[in-house]
Design a protein around this ligand. Structure first.
Ligand code: SF4
Ligand code: SF4
Ligand code: SF4
Length: 273
């Protein structure tokens, strides 16, 4: 039973966040929201420990579709980056800003890019495409993420400065349009570069937050270099091109790891933990 201890820890962490936000913000939504996410992750982790190979995909769909359909489409909460700027400018520290703080800004100090492996509704669809393992070398196009990041900020700033009316509604349509655009670009790039995660590597503006914070991540795949025979199998299956057989935090593409654990499954020497 000891091997299931991380399940309890994860659940306890999310319940602590849920109860703290519920009581401090006096809003029952936070209890429901973070409890639901905590339960999905804890169940997924238990299934993973039990050896079910689709455990990560289960969590990805349970959390990603909840956020996209329930929070985004039904509750009209813009959880895209424009929504983050919008709520930041209005000074509202609520769902979208809390979501960014927990999942994308401070959370990565603990669980790195776990968001990208287990919750993102864009990757939830992109991961269904045929190129789970990149079929071509990585391109030097990562600079595009800074352009999309700046554009999102400029767009929302312009909406505020021009005092357009009914901003709430505009944010909803931006959420809808932004997601359609992300999916379209993501699918085209996946086929063009033969790489399901091409959108994540080159375009996604959220990585501007995720990458620097996940450099310090507490949870990371570690390599016991005394066991490693440098067969290269781990790097071959890695969807994010991480130089995982090097234990340094400065390893190539170190801040790209989405904690999918595909590398640990193929290591013949059990050198990855
Ligand atoms: S990089 Fe962006 S699109 Fe890709 S999984 Fe992370 S948040 Fe989602
Ligand atoms: S699969 Fe294992 S042994 Fe092979 S390079 Fe990776 S860590 Fe080393
Ligand atoms: S295969 Fe390993 S190194 Fe690559 S993203 Fe998944 S967990 Fe990280």
């Amino acid at each position: 039973m000891k091997k299931y201890l991380p399940v309890l820890i994860i659940f306890a962490v999310f319940e602590t966040i849920a109860i703290t936000l519920w009581l401090t913000m006096d809003n029952l939504f936070y209890l429901f929201n973070f409890s639901y996410i905590g339960i999905c992750i804890a169940v997924g982790l238990a299934l993973y420990i039990a050896g079910w190979k689709h455990a990560r995909r289960f969590v990805q769909f349970a959390v990603g579709s909840y956020m996209l359909v329930y929070l985004g489409l039904i509750c009209n909460e813009n959880m895209q980056i424009e929504g983050f700027w919008y709520y930041l400018f209005t000074g509202v520290f609520e769902a979208a800003t809390i979501h960014y703080a927990v999942a994308k800004i401070f959370g990565p100090l603990i669980f790195g890019r776990g968001w990208c492996g287990y919750a993102c509704w864009t990757a939830m669809i992109l991961d269904l495409l045929p190129y789970k393992t990149p079929q071509a070398p990585r391109k030097k196009l990562g600079f595009i993420r800074y352009i999309t990041f700046a554009l999102s900020l400029i767009l929302v700033a312009a909406l505020f400065l021009t005092h357009v009316g009914n901003l709430e509604r505009i944010m909803f349509w931006l959420f809808l349009g932004g997601n359609i655009l992300y999916y379209a670009v993501g699918v085209i790039l996946a086929f063009a570069f033969k790489d399901n995660r091409a959108f994540c590597k080159y375009i996604c503006p959220i990585t501007v937050f995720l990458k620097p914070m996940s450099y310090f991540s507490l949870i990371r795949v570690k390599c016991d270099e005394s066991k490693c025979v440098h067969c290269g199998k781990c790097k071959k299956v890695c969807p994010m091109d991480v130089e995982v057989d090097n234990n340094s935090r400065k390893r190539k593409n170190a801040t790209e790891c989405i904690l999918c654990y595909e590398c640990t499954k193929v290591c013949p020497k059990k050198a990855l933990k």
